[in-house]
Design a protein around this ligand. Structure first.
Ligand code: ATP
Length: 593
């Protein structure tokens, strides 16, 4: 398959923001893709060459890519960088520069998708001292053979700025449209994706083995399952408006969610974001080997840090030191980790995700040998709100955030946030009602002690439907002096000259960022605002939703990607709940007076 055909499809995709058009373009592209290339084409549309959990990125810095463009075109690196900041993108700069060159040269052998993919794969695998030079050579080699349009997308792919605005779910729609007659059969494809977190693999099974084979798709060791998530409610009473059955009420531990995959003696750990975090937790690997007694299985739980002297559970932040590779051994001694398990998704080859929760929990009990460091999350089974309250107070007094309440008859719906899992947290009780996990999309320079640093941030919620980040708040409180230093460094790689194409904001901050960093914010309430764009026009014609008295809680959610941030739908739901609460309180007041 010619790479020029692929580049043209990418150009069309980047020119539209309409989902239906995207689906058509994708379906047409998938239909004409050679069978053996379908997975590769899918990964490249996602802007990668392997699924995320493999952890292999092409990893070319903009500077290095500019050198490659310079080698091929003769233009100076400075001139290329200048053009890149003028156009807002190095890919477009490469295209323009090579356009001039193309008038002089006729490229001989056309590039194929196979060739580009395997070159990028080689670049990604280059390691050690000569890695940078190898990547440079590979990229220059490709650019030497590319047309200006091809160069634009190759450069965007290698520096990680392809961002077509095509959500994973749109790619699923494209596959459904191309191979199984559209929307009606999409849920089978979606399920396979949720169970494997690997769109390329799903496309390959569909094309190579067919739709019937895809229907049989189950969880596999080594491929992280997209986690099932919880909705939130404020009181135990409301739980039974949503759940008809008995519920399992469980401690909500404040740690890092983990999916443990076991195959014989081999253990792999995946985070909530589906990254392979095995090397961060050698202690959890050891604990898993000792306590999981099935030959192969997939279980889920929460890793928590504890104080080795008092045995007390410690807050989530303590685990974040593990993210620094060189410190793991040291941190492991000072702040050891243990694991509380709460679900079993596969055991000895059989898929448990279709089974009701009470059965999965019984399997967990059967296949986990509990010890000091591996436990099954404490729970009670009930239909009584008062019992939930009592259990919740007990959980909080033992250092938990609250409880998670689960419908005992619910199946495991990978990737879904539904009311069959409900979280009730302590902070929902207080004046300051809700914590939200929001994405930093911009920053404002500070004054006084904060001069030269960012003094406040523009935050956005995620609109899943539109695949956009919509502004919801400007936050400047809750930060310690050292936080500003830390944010400056943390955000540096994401700085861009203009508003990102997936950000919707009427406010102009001093600096824009690629939506990447997620922080936790607490606010007194959700209000309507004409200047913010989250849920604009949904509750009221000319207003979006905003936060009143927002404050940073001190927690950077490294465990969340931007698409895992609080969604606009959740914010709307919280706003509506506030209205219901006010209405109920007014009724109470009427009764009293
Ligand atoms: P939060 O920000 O409240 O931790 P989240 O957005 O990361 O939530 P949710 O699905 O909303 O994820 O809440 C469930 C999270 O709570 C899980 O991802 C998991 O990390 C944690 N957790 C702790 N104890 C349990 C439990 N017993 N069952 C399920 N999840 C639990």
């Amino acid at each position: 398959m010619l790479f020029s055909d692929f580049a043209e499809a990418l150009a069309k995709l980047s020119e539209t923001t309409k989902r239906l058009e995207m689906i058509d373009i994708l379906a047409e592209l998938f239909r004409k893709t050679d069978k053996n290339l379908i997975d590769k084409v899918v990964y490249m549309i996602q802007g990668k060459i392997h699924p995320d959990y493999i952890g292999l990125e092409i990893g070319v810095a903009e500077k290095l890519a500019a050198r490659a463009i310079s080698n091929v075109s003769g233009a100076s690196v400075e001139k290329i960088e200048e053009l890149s900041s003028k156009l807002g993108d190095l890919g477009s700069a490469a295209e323009q520069i090579l356009m001039k060159k193309a008038q002089l040269t006729l490229f001989s052998e056309p590039l194929t998708v196979e060739k580009v993919y395997s070159a990028l794969d080689r670049a990604a695998r280059a390691s050690g001292s000569g890695a940078q030079e190898t990547k440079l050579r590979i990229l220059a080699g490709l650019l030497n053979q590319s047309s200006p349009l091809e160069a634009k997308f190759i450069v965007r792919l290698v520096v990680g700025t392809l961002r077509l605005g095509v959500a994973d779910y749109t790619i699923l729609d494209g596959l459904a449209e191309a191979f199984v007659g559209g929307k009606e059969n999409r849920d089978v494809i979606e399920r396979a994706y949720n169970l494997s977190s690997d769109l390329g693999l799903v496309a390959k099974v569909l094309v190579d083995k067919g739709f019937d084979e895809l229907k049989k798709f189950g969880p596999q060791v080594g491929r992280p399952i997209r986690p099932m998530l919880a909705e939130r409610l404020t009181t135990a009473k409301e739980v039974f408006d949503k759940i008809e059955n008995e519920v399992s009420v469980e401690y909500k531990l404040d740690g890092e969610r983990v999916q443990i995959h076991k195959n014989g003696n081999n253990i792999m750990l995946f985070s909530r974001r589906l990254e392979n975090i095995t090397h961060h937790y050698p202690d959890v690997v050891r604990i898993s080997k000792e306590s999981l007694i099935a030959e192969n299985c997939i279980v889920e739980g929460e890793i928590v840090a504890y104080n080795p002297e008092s045995g007390e559970l410690l807050p989530f932040q303590e685990l974040m030191h593990r993210r620094r590779k060189y410190e793991v051994e040291k941190v492991m001694e000072e702040i050891p980790a243990m694991v509380y398990l709460f679900d079993m998704l596969m055991v000895d080859g059989s898929d448990l995700t279709h089974q009701p929760y009470y059965y999965r929990r019984s399997m967990l009990t059967k296949y986990v040998k509990e010890n000091l460091y591996a436990k099954i999350v404490p729970n009670i089974i009930t239909r009584n709100p008062e019992e939930i309250e009592v259990f919740m107070n007990q959980a909080i007094s033992e250092g938990c955030e609250g409880v998670v309440v689960k419908d005992v008859n619910s199946v495991y719906r990978a990737g879904a946030r539904e009311f069959s899992w409900i979280k009730l947290k302590r902070e929902y009780r207080s004046e300051l009602a809700d914590t939200l996990d929001l994405v930093i999309v911009g920053a404002f320079f500070g004054k006084g002690r904060r001069t030269g640093k960012y003094g406040a941030f523009l935050l956005a919620a995620y609109d899943k439907e539109k695949d956009m980040f919509e502004s919801i708040s400007k936050v400047g409180t809750g930060f310690k002096d050292e936080d500003f230093e830390m944010f400056h460094k943390l955000l540096e790689p994401y700085k861009i000259a203009h508003k990102h194409s997936r950000v919707d904001s009427k406010i102009e901050p001093d600096v824009w960022f690629v939506p990447s960093v997620v922080i936790e914010v607490i606010a007194s309430e959700i209000t309507l605002s004409p200047i913010h764009t989250a849920g604009y026009g949904i509750i009221k014609k000319d207003a979006g939703l905003a936060l009143r008295f927002p404050k940073f809680t001190g927690r950077v959610r490294d465990d969340k990607g931007p698409e895992d941030a609080t969604t606009v739908d959740e914010v709307i739901e919280l706003y509506k709940r506030k209205l219901t609460k006010i209405a109920a309180e007014e009724v109470d007041v009427d009764r009293v007076s």
